[in-house]
Design a protein around this ligand. Structure first.
Ligand SMILES: Nc1nc2c(c(=O)[nH]1)N[C@H]1C(S)=C(S)[C@@H](COP(=O)(O)OP(=O)(O)OC[C@H]3O[C@@H](n4cnc5c(N)ncnc54)[C@H](O)[C@@H]3O)O[C@H]1N2
Ligand code: MOO
Length: 413
């Protein structure tokens, strides 16, 4: 049976019920997914403040100001950022003010220092009196209290990721702690008797193990530090034991290799006994053989094909969305952007083609070029290393001609 990517993903997402919530300090929440609505405790900005280093004054005083006939205002004080001073500005006076400092309640405009003349030739800042050569409109260079965010308005919602900008917004809005979903505990097992670790000798038939680095790295790019990263020979009882052990102490176990129909494809064989795990063939290239579901020991399992690019594509299509859904993320799909194919390639008739590409920006918008030979993608670990995205060519689309527009997702961190 061959099922579509959408069908396999929706089955996976149904099983990916959100993990428990916990309250964490805002400064420890980077990369987590919010599970509540957060409202601003106060208006942003907190008070009317200056957008410029300059002079707070009364706009009416400058009505007649011109280059030929500057208006002179007497300096009656200074307000720096952090100061709580509120000096009174009577007609004909001004105060020196710095960016971010509260605007005195009797001022209604700020004129930047560089549009003024100082009363001292050796200094840009006026000492006793400042001369202004042009009128100013009421409100000029004043950032009004609440113009960015009103007090009590929602600043972030459940399901949204806490990236740097959103965390900064929460801190500015007075949040100290936030409710988030716990991060999944994820274990990784790279299977295959041919695999060798760094520095081990590569006799005929042996190859350097790379999938554990790939999967652990993709997890880290999601902010998840794997709880275990292991290597295993093609030994069914050994793999069953590891799945039992790791499945009991993790939320998710990701394996690579051993899901094909071969005599040594022992992960598939070990998982045959698991009632809630299903083995399917998905209409995608690469990444066709997939096993996924829930282990009797408790964790979700994703048994990905061993071919390195197949493993990477499978992670992108199925594991990443599941890890986000476990954390309650509202949007588990990447944004697709159209890119111009700088070279053409053969499609994957009847299957979704997920082709590693190098995406570059240019004067005509994004373009992409295959990072690997499109006729032999799944094993091409070397070329895949240069890819920063995947072109998604629909099952019914056929070949891609140079200059065609194709949807791509950007995956590089
Ligand atoms: N008769 C058939 N043979 C194959 C089929 C099929 O339908 N019928 N499907 C092919 C497809 S498509 C894929 S994908 C693979 C699935 O393979 P397995 O999951 O069983 O993976 P392995 O056989 O263990 O390995 C495949 C390939 O990848 C290399 N590999 C595995 N693990 C690693 C690792 N950790 N680091 C680096 N490289 C790894 C491994 O040496 C193999 O070259 O089956 C096809 N065959
Ligand atoms: O489906 Mo396999 O993943 O093409 O190489």
């Amino acid at each position: 049976m061959r099922i579509s990517v959408e069908e396999h993903l929706s089955w996976i997402l149904e099983a990916s019920t959100p993990l428990p919530e916990r309250v964490v300090a805002v400064h420890e929440a980077h990369g987590m997914i919010l599970s509540e609505t957060v409202r601003s405790r106060h208006p942003l900005p907190l008070w009317d403040n200056s957008a410029m280093d300059g002079y707070a004054l009364r706009a009416a005083d400058l009505a007649t100001a011109s280059e030929r006939d500057p208006v002179e205002l007497r300096i009656v004080g200074e307000v720096a950022a952090g100061s709580d001073a509120d000096p009174t500005i009577a007609p004909g006076t001004a105060v020196r003010i710095m960016t971010g400092a509260p605007v005195p309640s009797t001022a209604d405009a700020v004129v930047p220092v560089e549009s003024t003349l100082s009363d001292r030739s050796d200094d840009v800042w006026a000492h006793r009196a400042v001369r202004v050569q042009a009128p100013a409109r009421v409100g000029t260079n004043i950032r009004r209290r609440g113009e960015d965010v009103a007090a009590g308005s929602a600043i972030a919602h459940a399901g949204q990721p806490l990236g740097a900008a959103r965390l900064a917004a929460l801190a500015a809005a007075g949040a100290q702690q936030v409710r988030v979903r716990r991060r999944p505990r994820v274990a990784v097992i790279a299977t295959g008797s041919e695999l060798r670790g760094p520095g081990e000798s590569l006799e005929r038939g042996r190859i350097p193990e790379s999938n554990s680095l790939l999967i652990a790295g993709l997890l880290r790019e999601l902010g998840i530090e794997p709880v275990a990263v292991r290597r295993s020979a093609d030994d069914a009882p050994g793999i069953s034991r590891q799945l039992r052990e790791l499945g009991a102490e993790s939320d998710v176990v990701v394996t690579t290799g051993g899901v094909g129909p071969g005599r040594h494809d022992v992960v598939r064989i070990a998982l045959e006994r698991e009632e809630r795990v299903r083995a399917v063939r998905v209409a995608v290239r690469p990444g066709q053989p997939q096993c996924a579901g829930r282990l009797s020991s408790g964790a979700l399992v994703f048994a990905l094909p061993g071919n390195p690019v197949s493993a990477a594509v499978s992670f992108e299509l199925f594991v990443r969305p599941a890890l986000l859904a476990l954390q309650g993320r509202d949007d588990v799909q990447r944004i697709r952007v159209p890119a111009r194919a700088a070279a053409g390639w053969r499609g994957a008739a009847g299957r979704l083609q997920v082709l590693p590409v190098v995406v570059a920006d240019g004067p005509d918008g994004p373009s992409c070029v295959p990072a690997v030979d499109p006729s032999g993608v799944s094993h091409a670990v070397g070329g895949h290393g240069a890819a920063n995205g995947y072109a998604l060519v629909g099952a019914d689309r056929g070949d891609v001609a140079p200059g065609d527009t194709v949807p791509v997702i950007l995956v590089a961190p």
